[in-house]
Design a binder for this molecule. Structure first.
Ligand SMILES: NC(=O)c1ccc[n+]([C@@H]2O[C@H](COP(=O)([O-])OP(=O)(O)OC[C@H]3O[C@@H](n4cnc5c(N)ncnc54)[C@H](OP(=O)(O)O)[C@@H]3O)[C@@H](O)[C@H]2O)c1
Length: 327
């Protein structure tokens, strides 16, 4: 594993961070057992991952707490979130504090390393900054959280309006944002600001569905070609990103996707979500590989650098309760 410093938090974090939400929710969203989810977390630890991102909305805080219970607490960086926009768009200060207290109980820990407001839309940013952040900073003084963060709602904020403001407001030490091969606008809009202000970044949406489901990719490129936004040949080939896969280049589309984001200046941690041990292994390996060849990166910029908001789909977060039995 490689480690980096998460902005001005000073936290030493693995460049690969395990996301406990997304479409996998550690496999729980596919009906895998709690024991299997705990195993995914422990395997990630064995590979050197020390940053874990969960949220009240994911239903995985308790599982994460159980998985890390036997480890020294300081060996793990826990990031979790208040259910800001999913279930309570007008989150109140008492509501946020009660969610924080509940997260501490679920995680069975005394403190949260990075406590984030979850999916803040641009229209609610003033409320987050002026009403909620001061309350959370008081909780920070009590020791319940170490650092304050905010996550954008990528599907509803593809221009990164919240991340742009948050990077400059001095309150948020960490920002989570979306960036990938077909949604590259954070390069100009956000990373120069986070770098200038030493704000740590957690990268989401590196692969998601668009780069893990070949039919999803084909359908997206057909639509984009029909709209004149990408060249027609990308709609006429069954494996449109095959040009990335060659000797000295990527081995698979997810490999290309993780390597593309990992080496972008301004990206601190690449979050990856999975409930599949084989994906866990290959994704960490991809994140640790060298950058894609320069010619491939140039081509990705030429073909897709103009696209905004592609492949930013949100999961339906409710799911059946996990089974306690084997996977
Ligand atoms: N606004 C927010 O706060 C927000 C929004 C989105 C995400 N997040 C955070 O970011 C984390 C990462 O989420 P993400 O969805 O962006 O993760 P991702 O790593 O880009 O995509 C994960 C998806 O791709 C599949 N996958 C992973 N590796 C694969 C491989 N090698 N081959 C084929 N399929 C593969 C996974 O399914 P398998 O289980 O089959 O591997 C899963 O469905 C989340 O867990 C969450 O912590 C936060």
């Amino acid at each position: 594993m490689e480690y980096t410093t998460l902005g001005r938090t000073g936290l030493k974090v693995s460049v690969a961070g395990l996301g406990c939400g997304g479409f996998s929710q550690l496999g729980l969203a596919q009906g895998k057992s709690e024991a299997a989810a705990i195993d995914i977390i422990r395997q990630a630890v064995d590979f050197g991952v020390n940053l874990f991102d969960t949220a009240a909305a994911y239903g995985t805080e308790e599982v994460l707490g159980k998985a890390i219970k036997s480890m020294p607490r300081e060996n793990v960086v826990i990031c979790t979130k208040a259910p800001f926009s999913f279930s309570n768009p007008h989150s109140t200060p008492p509501g946020i504090v009660s969610s924080l207290d509940n997260s501490l109980r679920q995680l069975d820990t005394d403190y949260i390393d990075v406590y984030q407001l979850h999916g803040v839309p641009p229209s609610a940013y003033d409320h987050a900054l002026n009403e909620l952040a001061p309350v959370l900073l008081r909780e920070k003084e009590k020791g319940k959280l170490r650092h304050l963060g905010i996550t954008e709602t990528a599907p509803h904020d593809p221009e990164h309006k919240v991340a742009q403001r948050a990077a400059q407001d001095g309150v948020w030490e960490v920002i989570m944002l979306g960036f990938h091969m077909m949604h590259q606008n954070a390069r100009e809009r956000v990373f120069p600001l986070t770098r200038a202000n030493e704000v740590g970044t957690l990268l989401m949406f590196a692969v998601r569905n668009i780069f893990s489901q070949p039919e999803r990719l084909r359908a997206t490129l057909r639509d984009l070609a029909a709209a004149g936004e990408v060249p027609q040949w990308l709609a006429e080939t069954p494996d449109p990103l095959d040009f990335l896969i060659h000797d000295g280049g990527a081995s698979t589309v997810p490999d290309a996707a993780y390597r593309f984001v990992r080496h972008e200046p301004g990206v601190d941690v690449v979050l990856f979500g999975t409930g599949n041990p084989a994906h866990l292994r290959t994704n960490i390996a991809s994140i640790l590989k060298p950058p894609l060849p320069e010619a491939d990166r140039q081509l990705l910029a030429t073909l897709f650098g103009n696209l905004v908001g592609i492949g930013l789909d949100a999961p339906h977060l409710s799911r059946p309760r996990p089974r306690a039995s084997a996977p």
